[in-house]
Design a protein around this ligand. Sequence first.
Ligand code: GDG
Length: 461
Amino acid sequence: MNRLVIVSNRIPDPDERVLPAGGLAIGLTDVLRDEPSSLWFGWSGNQEDRDKEQTVHQNVCGKTVYATLDLSAKHRKGYYQRFCNAIIWPLFHYRLGLMDYHRADWESYVDVNQLFARKLLPLLRQNDTIWIHDYHLFLLGHELRKLNVTAPIGFFLHIPFPPWSLFRALPHGEDILRHLSACDIIGLQTEEDAANMNECFRRFGFPQRAAAFPIGIDPKRFAREAQEATQGDEYARLKVSLQGRPLIIGADRLDYSKGLQERLTGYEKLLTRFPEHRGRVTYLQVTPISRKEVEEYRLLRRQLDEQIGRINGMFAQFDWTPVRYLTQTVPRHILAGFYRLADVGLVTPLRDGMNLVAKEFIAAQDPERPGALVLSTLAGAAPELPEAILINPHDPDDIAEALHLAINMSSSEKKQRWQSLNSAVQASTAGNWSRTFLTELRTAHAKNTEDSAAAGQDYDS
Ligand code: GDG
């Protein structure tokens, strides 16, 4: 039987009933529900015990085997905190100024990619299809080929890919693309990202194997969850607390790519320029803390605390708080209900591969009384959702005007826009995304194998 092998940096813990707040885990969990047999391999999130031999732990849950390994303290820092989150993440989100490169971190990155290949190899079977995810594992396809793995290997990048003019600033960028071209196909979120990557491949003389496969959610399941949530205690309590006032909702991991500070400035502008909303509108921002070991994220947290404190101090009334700010992860089934209750979904990343929150907000709405979506043009989701109120997240006045428009929008216009947005969300599901990707991967693999045989080369040379 064909088996799907997914490899990603972190994998969700099958023993925990709550999924982590992160797009990759959410998207892939939706995919695996439809797979007859699968293996999901990644880092446990734990630090290895130095006195013990590195072992892979396996945990079977339904049709999926979850296999994890621990990492050393040195690798956790050099590979994860630094090369992935302080070098690749900022650069790929167009924040060259935040990139903090040290050569030793690259060495850790290479080590961990090689370690993943060595530890995965004994778990592989004939007829496996391997699907590697995200920027932590750019080198893995090549490392597996070096160990004579001839299975189809696909790669999907969940975050944006920068244009050549930025990418060329990354030390080892050429090595990364050389390793990546060992994969049969590389998927990206948008046409723009795929074109950027292909241009970089072209500049280095590598085959151009990137194509766009926009990720989706499981919209029917999410809509059901949102509807069921209306029976829950949390939904009722939030509703009562609003006293009929309009609700704006934002939900993002705490990350500078999500444009949270700019968004808050936009909300502050709303209250300054359109004072009729003071004492009326409520903005609920759900922001689970993420990557707290990385300095830039600690700084952002402090800045947000300060900014929100200032806005609330300036505008609050004794019975009204302008911003309600939660840094705890809200369980998914409760969050779905909050989306449904909200009048406005506010999604304003400065750059985002896709942004699943935008799609979830649409799926969660009550078709008879849908809310409006305010969406950054710089989110990967924007080309698929043109009926949203599109804004430039760098312009707080644009955000304020969009919020004003959304709050005052007639229900017939909201309904009309929502119907078109909902058709787009229903059409691009997680299931379609993975099926299309895996079909293309198998076709590309057959072709690449044939081409290499015709050229008399080893497949992996
Ligand atoms: C990466 C890319 C791409 C948020 N707060 C809570 C919570 N969430 C959930 C959301 C959503 C997920 O986390 C976040 O997904 P995004 O797509 O918005 O963003 P990233 O985590 O940055 O994901 C992104 C994605 O990968 C998939 O390819 O779209 O561009 O950056 O599902 O609902 N979930 C819960 N509580 C919260 O407080 N339970």
